[in-house]
Design a protein around this ligand. Sequence first.
Ligand code: SER
Length: 432
Amino acid sequence: MNHKQIRKIFLSFFKRKQHKILTSASIVAKQDSSLMFTNAGMNIFKDFFIGQKHSQYSRIANFQKCLRITGKHNDLFEVGKDNYHHTMFEMLGTWSFGDYFKKESIIWAWELLTEVYKLDKSNIYVTIFKGNKEDQLSFDRESFQYWKNQIDDRNILFFDKKHNFWEMGTTGPCGTCTEIHIDLRNEKEKLKIPGKNLVNKKHSLVVELWNIVFIQFFRKADGTLVKLPNCHVDTGMGFERLCMILQNKKSTYDTDLFTYLIKSIAHKTKQIYGVKDKIDIAIRIIADHIRAVVFAIYDGIIPSNKKSGYVIRKILRRIIVNYYLTLKIKKPFLFKLVKPIICYIKNSYLNKSHLKHDISSIILSEEKFFLKTIKLGIYKLEKIIEQLRDKQCHIIAGKIIYWLYDTYGLPIEISKIITTKNHLKVFYSDIL
Ligand code: SER
């Protein structure tokens, strides 16, 4: 199945369950001042949950582009190291606004995964909230009862608030959740360690697939919970992970959502993907981040020195540092990756970009400027190193590294690599 069929099956399934099908809202959190980017499908429905607005539909199914690079949900530093984390991901979502609750959510999730997508039941684990004294919440007995009717007891696990209580941010609508995880390891591996021991342990092949949240509370700024007038459902399934499972891959980066990008990056940087870890990590970071940047620019954010524009610029620079240092690429090339990503966006989403500028040109000018910055910074640093060498000094002051960053924008990580290569120790205490 390709990603288009996978998405279509999800939406058709919930259409049959009387859900209104909607397309994604913008990745820029326009309606919510507490967020810069849409970090979960539920952001756009926040007002329905808290009763400030009334939804025209009591059941909705959709797919939402999300970006998790700031605030409570931030996956930026996980990306690349493993084979399944992303900053920008698409979430398949279902919503009940004061309509059905735990029973239907659980039964339908199970039906879709095991009868429609035909996933092997024995590989599935579900987690249930075991209660929390501080919030005066008890064990989620109801979800447990419904899951017991579907899945083997041995595949039901219990976790605390960290894993089974979902909150959008420090304040806002929230509630207990039940998560569906899947074990993708081979039989030999499963015999060595049972899958249940690896759930929520950051194992790359035992991953969370679907989060079913029962929105019932509002977290106030003082940390207390108040009950909402109605009970709602917010479920989110990671589209990239679902594609990975259904396409029989061990990495989201090997699905048809990413292979075109991975191939193109490898080709343009003259690297081979899948041989050396260090190179693979760099390629995955580039693939993930450039997708995130293009999606964000498409939805109207221009890289800048302010707010969300600054966050996007930082991500772009993170890619440039990465290709400059690891792949030894000294010329702009990211801008060449833009076209196929735009193609994907246009095919998958109905919304048109309101942007008048050409995204490739925006990225090209960012690349050119930052590469120039890096080169000038390195030139200055090398001059200083020469002087130190003449004086037979093996130490460089931390404030010089900071000055190069502050004045010339030379990233500290680049300075560190160059000083280490030149056998210089950085004396940091002068900047403490
Ligand atoms: N809001 C939940 C999440 O983001 C489920 O959609 O995981």
